[in-house]
Write a protein that binds this ligand. Sequence first.
Ligand code: ADP
Ligand code: MG
Length: 324
Amino acid sequence: MSADEGVYAYSAVLMGSPILLKLFDDNASLAAQVFRLIRHYENILTVNRAQSEVMAVNHAAGKEAISVSREVFELIQCAHQVSLLPESLFNFTIGPLVKRWKIGFQGNSVPPRSELEQRMTLTDPRQVELDPDRLSVFLRQPGMEIDLGAIAKGYIADRVRSFLRQQGVERALINLGGNVQTLGAPPQTRGWSVGLKTPFGNAEELTGVIEVAGKSVVTSGIYERYFERDGRCYHHILDARSGYPLDNELLSVTVISDRSLDGDIYTTLLYGLGVEKSLLALRDTPHIEAIFLTRDHEVICSSSRQFRFRLHDHRYRLVTDSTA
Ligand code: ADP
Ligand code: MG
């Protein structure tokens, strides 16, 4: 814990990520409860260990339907719906590809195409049967694996915010390794400052700062977990349609929204759409706003009703969607 101008910061390492909680009270027991809550959700949602509710479903692939808790069922149902959207990069049955590439988990070589093709046959979200009465999930093909890695942190960030609200907390920030969720704003300010890291830069280097009050800020970047091979960068957002990491003009997508779960869903969806299609799609969703960082050093904001953005790194050019 450290205190700076009335802010009390508590940290932990959970879900393989540094977790930071900021409060305006010296309340270590509240912080401990928050970390316990995160650990609880990690325990039921993880696919990086042998046992969890999601792993029970995966272990039973091709064999039987498994009943899960209502919370896990609802999150799986949400992931299922998003995976079935037309043109969706998001695919919650991507597990067999994620496990083969192992990016972020010592993976450092490109798997043979034939193996990827074989695994792609196991990533069809239509092969998942959900039964809302029994809260059960059945993966029809043996070898299929659900992976909620793209949305677990967002979901948990929202649960933490609800818990803090119930406890009467009005101002707080939780950062789950890239997923930031906020309550209110620090005293005498208009918002929390959330740094946007410079892709492939030093840990401290910021492209800019996003200011928000009571909103979520989620960034998904190709520079977080990747390896390089023969001059190419292989990162952790995979495309189940090709078997390979998605390759387009984007370095990162940041989504500002009320729910961090939406932020997590949209960072993946928009990353898959690319800048042009994303800007069009976002015109119909005023509660979801995005900041794109591109390979040719542009920072593009879809709109900015719920946040303010200050550019720090002048190697980047700030562009706002003039047609929005
Ligand atoms: P992080 O915040 O940990 O960088 P993201 O939110 O960007 O993660 O999600 C990346 C994770 O989502 C991957 O590590 C993997 O578990 C999973 N994933 C990878 N590709 C996809 C995809 N196309 N659809 C859904 N989940 C994916
Ligand atoms: Mg995500």
